[in-house]
Design a protein around this ligand. Structure first.
Ligand SMILES: C[S@@+](CC[C@H](N)C(=O)[O-])C[C@H]1O[C@@H](n2cnc3c(N)ncnc32)[C@H](O)[C@@H]1O
Ligand code: SF4
Ligand code: SF4
Length: 327
């Protein structure tokens, strides 16, 4: 009999603003486990019951249209240790990107200070999971947010990951520099920071992010590259193509040249995907944007064959297979 399988369900945990979940595809409609007294115990029980049903070929409604749902013939992998951790338990940021998915999912608030609180103490819970040996030693931890660098718990979380050699991927707008990010990358060379720069000029930065911090971000990218020495490929710079704002070959060329001039070697082309995945009829994805995405990849490689291109597998799917409606 065919079984259903999802590696996030089997090995993932997501400390989200709305509660705990085993699913990290937040654009799917699914339920969150509330942060009550025994939420971790309830979480593992709930996950077990969904996995049992998947073995019988039955999956929750919200999984049915998910790209990550697989059908397998063989038995489920038995190793249920936590390998993918998403940390997403606050809803504050120091800017306001026009594309931000959190505006809808967490009702994102603008907070300029660096002492913002999450809805629970994630470090305490991670230490507990670590103590119970429920975390895989090669676990991949992603700090997503909101903006991680304004979270009060952030340096403490990083110290814990550094001490235990966990791999951590930080997604940040780069407005603040945080020394523990460079330390985390030096402690585990698979760790990384991905900064969404999205443009090559102060003007476009203001249009996209709503704040005048372009120069600070460029300065901080330089500093992360300098402070991680020969690990520049772990400083990843993203560009989300946005209709009517940065969707020109000129801006893309300028972005590649600017990044190259400050020592960037890892480039991350992307598109606005939340609407495209959740709500194809509202998608702003056009053939022109798909073509620009491919143009960006070609130009990066032409600039220097040694440059690395990072991608999301599902974005590649959207672009290549046109698996979502394109206007
Ligand atoms: C929600 S942000 C939070 C972390 C951090 N503040 C940042 O912007 O990098 C996480 C990642 O999702 C990306 N993102 C947010 N909304 C998106 C959207 N609608 N389409 C594509 N990527 C998006 C951002 O570029 C960022 O890399
Ligand atoms: S919605 Fe997708 S990622 Fe989430 S548990 Fe289901 S199959 Fe896995
Ligand atoms: S920096 Fe990140 S969290 Fe803040 S508005 Fe932009 S995408 Fe959203």
């Amino acid at each position: 009999m065919k079984q259903k399988y999802c590696f996030y369900l089997n090995n993932g945990i997501n400390f989200h603003y709305s509660g705990l979940t085993y699913c990290n595809k937040l654009w799917q409609d699914h339920t969150f486990q509330q942060y009550d007294k025994d939420f971790l115990t309830t979480f593992f029980k709930e996950r077990e019951s969904v996995l049992e049903n998947m073995k019988k070929g039955v999956c929750p409604e919200h999984c049915k249209k998910c790209l990550y749902l697989q059908e397998v013939n063989e038995d489920f992998p038995t190793d249920n240790k936590i390998k993918y951790i998403e940390i997403y338990h606050w809803n504050q940021c120091n800017c306001a990107c026009v594309y931000c998915s959190n505006r809808e999912t967490t009702k994102l608030k603008i907070s300029t200070g660096r002492n913002q609180q999450g809805v629970i103490n994630v470090l305490k819970n991670l230490k507990e999971l670590h103590k119970q040996k429920k975390l895989d030693p090669n676990a991949e931890i992603s700090l997503v947010g909101g903006e991680p660098t304004i979270l009060q718990e952030f340096p403490l979380l990083l110290k814990f990951f550094i001490k235990n050699q966990y791999k951590v991927n930080i997604l940040s707008n780069g407005i603040f520099y945080e020394k523990y990010i460079a330390k985390a990358i030096k402690a585990n060379h698979d760790s990384s920071i991905c900064i969404s720069l999205d443009c090559a000029s102060r003007e476009n930065f203001k249009k996209i992010k709503g704040v005048d911090k372009f120069d600070d971000v460029i300065k901080n990218i330089r500093r992360y590259i300098k402070d991680t020495k020969n690990l520049s490929h772990r400083i990843i710079i993203k560009y989300i193509i946005l209709k009517g704002i940065n969707d020109t070959k000129q801006e893309i060329d300028n972005w590649i040249n600017l990044c190259a001039s400050i020592g960037v070697t890892n480039f991350f082309p992307s598109i606005e995907f939340c609407h495209s995945v959740k709500n194809p009829e509202k998608s702003e994805l056009t053939q022109e944007i798909c073509d620009l995405y491919e143009y960006m990849k070609t130009r990066i490689k032409e600039s220097d064959p040694e440059f690395t291109i990072s991608t999301y597998d599902f974005v590649e799917g959207i672009i290549k297979n046109h698996s979502y409606k394109i206007k």
